[in-house]
Design a protein around this ligand. Structure first.
Ligand code: KG4
Ligand code: ZN
Length: 342
C-alpha cells in the first residue's frame, strides 16, 4: 500500500476511536465505547463521556498500533477531530493528539468531524467522487452537504430544524421501551413488522414547507405522532404492535431522508451520494436509497456499519487525504471547537 501512514483520534461523542491508515488503506480501527455507561440515562452524559475517553485513550492507542503492526514512531502524521462535538470529550482527543505530535515530532492535523464521516468512505470504495452530495445522519446531526473538496470542508445545503434522525430513533425506542441506543434495536424490531401498517407524517414535505425548507428535515413532529398513536392504543387497553410501529416509524424517517438527498443531488447535477453517520447503518435506509437512486442514474456509497458510526479510522482517512493534498498542518494551539462550523 502507498501513501502517508496516519494515526487518527476521535473523541467527539461517546466513542474513543484510534485508527491507522496508509493512504486509503485501513490498517487498524480500535474503538472503545462508553455507550453502556450512558444507557441508564437514556442519552450521552458529557461528563461521563469525558472521563471514559481519559481512561480509554492509552489502551485504545496501544490496541490500534498493535493491530496495524506499527510503532508510534512510524507514523507520518497525527490527525484528530477538532469539532464539532462535546467540548470536554473533544479536549481529551485534542490533548492526546498534540502530545503525540509534539513527542514524535510529526505534523498535527485538526479535522472536522462531519467531513471525516464523508472521507471514511474512501477506505472501502476507493477515491471519493468529488463533487458529491453527502448525507450525514447521526445522533447529533442530520445534514445534506455539498462536497467539492473534502479536505477544505463541506457546504451545508440543509439540516434538521429540530431533532437529529438518530435522536428520533433513540426517542421512539425509548417510548416503545426498547432501550438505548434506539437505532439498532428499531432496525432489528422492524424486520418483523409492516412498514405500511401506520401512516406516520413525513416532516417538511408539504408544498408550503418545501418552499422554505426544501432540503431541511424535521423529526420532532414524527416523534410526537408516534407517541400519540402509542398512547391512544394504551388508553383503549389494546396491545401496542411494537414491530409495526417500529417499521412504520423507520419507513417515515428513511422515506424523507432518501427523498431529500436525491432531490438535493439532482438539483446540483451531482451523480454521487455518500451516506455517513450512525443512522447510515440502518438496513432500510440502505435499500431504499439504492433502489430510488438507481432509477435516477445516481450512485450511492454507504460504508459498512462499523465505518458509519464514530471511529478513529475516519479521522485518519481525512488526515491522510490532507497530507496527500499538501494541506497546511495545524499548530499546537489547535483549539477543540465544539460548535465548529462545517
Ligand atoms: O455517528 P454516531 O455513532 O454518533 C453520533 O451521533 O455522532 O451515531 C449514533 C446514532 C444513534 O442515535 C443511534 O441510534 C443511530 O446512530 N443508529 C442507528 C442505527 N445504528 C445506529 N439508527 C438507525 N438504524 C441503525 N441501524
Ligand atoms: Zn459522528
Amino acid at each position: 500500500a502507498a501513501g502517508p501512514l496516519v494515526l487518527g483520534i476521535e473523541t467527539s461523542c461517546d466513542e474513543t476511536g484510534v485508527g491507522v491508515v496508509r493512504g486509503r488503506t485501513l490498517l487498524a480501527d480500535a474503538v472503545a465505547s462508553s455507550v453502556d455507561e450512558h444507557a441508564r440515562y437514556g442519552g450521552v452524559v458529557p461528563e461521563v463521556a469525558s472521563r471514559a475517553h481519559l481512561e480509554a485513550m492509552v489502551p485504545t492507542l496501544e490496541r490500534a498500533c498493535e493491530t496495524a503492526g506499527i510503532r508510534l514512531h512510524d507514523v507520518d502524521a497525527v490527525a484528530v477531530t477538532a469539532g464539532p462535538g462535546l467540548a470536554g470529550a473533544l479536549l481529551v482527543g485534542v490533548a492526546a493528539a498534540k502530545a503525540l505530535a509534539l513527542g514524535l515530532g510529526k505534523p498535527l492535523y485538526g479535522v472536522n468531524h462531519l467531513a471525516s464521516h464523508v472521507a471514511v468512505d474512501q477506505l472501502q470504495h476507493g477515491p471519493l467522487p468529488e463533487p458529491c452530495l453527502a448525507m450525514l445522519v447521526s445522533g447529533g446531526h442530520s445534514s445534506l452537504l455539498r462536497v467539492t473538496d473534502v479536505t477544505r470542508g463541506v457546504e451545508p445545503m440543509g439540516a434538521t430544524i429540530d431533532d437529529a434522525a438518530g435522536e428520533a430513533f433513540d426517542k421512539v425506542a425509548r417510548l416503545l421501551g426498547l432501550g438505548f441506543p434506539g437505532g439498532p434495536v428499531i432496525d432489528r424490531t422492524a424486520t418483523s413488522g409492516s412498514s405500511i401498517a401506520i401512516d406516520f407524517p413525513r416532516g417538511l414535505t408539504s408544498r408550503r414547507d418545501l418552499e422554505r425548507h426544501r432540503f431541511d428535515f424535521s423529526f420532532s413532529g414524527l416523534k410526537t405522532a408516534v407517541s400519540r398513536w402509542v398512547e391512544a392504543k394504551q388508553r383503549a387497553g389494546e396491545e401496542v404492535p411494537v414491530a409495526d410501529v417500529a417499521a412504520s416509524f423507520q419507513e417515515a424517517v428513511c422515506d424523507v431522508l432518501v427523498q431529500k438527498a436525491l432531490d438535493a443531488a439532482s438539483s446540483e447535477g451531482i451523480e454521487d451520494i455518500v451516506i455517513g453517520g450512525g443512522v447510515a447503518a440502518n438496513s432500510r435506509l440502505r435499500v431504499l436509497a439504492e433502489e430510488r437512486a438507481e432509477r435516477l442514474g445516481i450512485r450511492v456509497r454507504v460504508p459498512r456499519p462499523g465505518l458509519c458510526t464514530d471511529n478513529g479510522a475516519m479521522v485518519a482517512a481525512l488526515g491522510a487525504e490532507m497530507v496527500a493534498r499538501g494541506r497546511t498542518p495545524s499548530t499546537l494551539d489547535l483549539p477543540a471547537d465544539s460548535s465548529q462550523p462545517i
